[in-house]
Design a protein. Structure first.
Length: 342
């Protein structure tokens, strides 16, 4: 770690979607890669703990207990639950997509309650979620009031359970840019909902670095944490206004794409002290930058980088952080001595 990163204050916390690391999605492989990279936190999304790859929402009580026991062996803690909450249709309307519709009362009682239960079990305060699919090909703005009402109900349930809902910016959903996400957060108006910036989810909409920074700044007042993903825009692809998520192949490390992470991190650095206080107050370990690089492919509900790809992505992130003077910690011999009781 560079001298710059070890002395800058305050520091961010580097986490990762652990399933990005493992060829097989096996829990042991995921955790071994994260530990070798020096990480102490991760987001739980897809995992194989008992012979079958499952989303975190499908894990039973015994499997969650097994994951929790195994992560101790690797010195890991869950930073966030990588749930798919909110990746369903807002309206029961055919639009040519494969997205499903679930009656909201049922969704709130079953899926949202299940996500909260998982956060409690894995001892994290943070649940990642989304802003619902509006009918494909339509303007998202007219759907903001209904989406905000449903998000408010989700957040109210989270608040009652003492957890925080992180609303991620993503193409094709109502909250597909920073301005829309900020409007949703403004309407919900709760400390139990924060926004998650993801630059790759902006640049993959054929938007270059200037727009990516504008969208970050638009949602900055509601920011909670940041996903680290970048994308190289392919000018030969015709932009239709909808991202074909199953065909996205142009993801790259954070220091190579069109998102412009250097400028975004410089802006982030200016608000880090206040943001760190905010996140620690709601039970997070700090300001989390969560690797979700998709270097070997990404789709609607996940992505893959492999052990080598996650290593490349982590080193690239650290390079940019060092360059702009944001601090971070990776494991050192002191961590190993502490684990051994020395």
């Amino acid at each position: 770690m560079s001298e710059t990163s070890s002395t800058a204050k305050p520091k961010i916390v580097i986490s990762a979607f652990s399933d990005e690391a493992a060829n097989s999605k096996a829990a042991v492989e995921q955790f071994a890669v994260l530990a070798a990279l020096g990480l102490e936190y991760y987001s739980l999304r897809f995992i194989n703990i008992s012979g079958t790859v499952k989303n975190v929402m499908a894990l039973d009580a015994a499997e969650l207990k097994a994951v929790k026991a195994l992560q101790v062996d690797y010195g890991l803690k869950v930073a966030t639950i990588g749930s798919p909450i909110g990746k369903v249709k807002l309206l029961d309307q055919e639009d040519g997509s494969h997205n499903k519709f679930v009656p909201f009362a049922q969704y709130l009682q079953n899926d949202v309650a299940s996500a909260i239960e998982r956060a409690h079990t894995m001892e994290t305060k943070l649940i990642r979620g989304f802003s619902f699919y509006h009918p494909r090909g339509t303007d998202p703005w007219p759907h903001v009031p209904q989406a905000a009402d449903q998000l408010a109900a989700i957040v109210e349930k989270c608040a009652a359970a003492g957890v925080v809902f992180g609303l991620e910016v993503e193409a094709n959903l109502i909250g597909q840019n920073g301005k829309l996400l900020a409007e949703l957060a403004r309407r919900v108006n709760s400390p139990h909902m924060v926004c998650i910036y993801d630059g790759g989810n902006i640049s993959s909409q054929n938007l270059h670095a200037v727009r990516c920074l504008e969208e970050f700044q638009a949602m900055r007042d509601y920011l909670g944490w940041v996903h680290i993903k970048d994308y190289a825009i392919d000018s030969s692809l015709e932009w239709t206004g909808v991202v074909d998520e199953e065909r996205l192949k142009n993801f790259v490390p954070a220091d190579e794409g069109d998102t412009g992470h250097e400028a975004i991190f410089r802006d982030l650095k200016s608000i880090l002290p206040a943001l760190e206080q905010k996140m620690i107050a709601i039970g997070a370990p700090g300001v989390i930058l969560e690797l979700e690089p998709h270097l070997k492919g990404g789709g609607q509900f996940g992505g893959f980088s492999g052990p080598d790809g996650l290593g490349v992505a982590c080193r690239s992130l650290c390079n940019v952080l060092d360059y702009v003077g944001i601090g971070y910690e990776l494991r050192t011999m002191a961590h190993i001595r502490k684990a051994r009781g020395f």
